[in-house]
Write a protein that binds this ligand. Structure first.
Ligand code: SF4
Ligand code: SF4
Length: 78
């Protein structure tokens, strides 16, 4: 498939379910942040209210375990 990372990322962006997460807050929304597991952690302050990453299609497609990528940043394959 080669280096179509940009295009793939757009597809993944649409699949990221962070916006349905109780932890996802106004700052994150305003900053347009998403896809923390593939990009980077959030620059917003946050309180943890749960994480829906374990039920996200991106996580299962990529084989990512874990949660709270908005705090920890890019996922590391286990
Ligand atoms: S695993 Fe979490 S951060 Fe990554 S795309 Fe899914 S909801 Fe977003
Ligand atoms: S990374 Fe997890 S905790 Fe953070 S906003 Fe996305 S689903 Fe919620």
């Amino acid at each position: 498939m080669g280096k179509k990372a940009g295009k793939d990322d757009i597809g993944f962006r649409n699949k990221c379910i962070c916006q349905r997460c109780p932890t996802y807050n106004d700052c994150m929304r305003k900053s347009g942040e998403l896809l923390y597991c593939l990009e980077k952690k959030s620059s917003c302050k946050m309180e943890k209210y749960g994480c829906v990453c374990p039920s996200c299609p991106v996580a299962s497609m990529k084989g990512f375990g874990g949660a709270y990528f908005c705090q920890s940043g890019k996922a590391v394959l286990e």
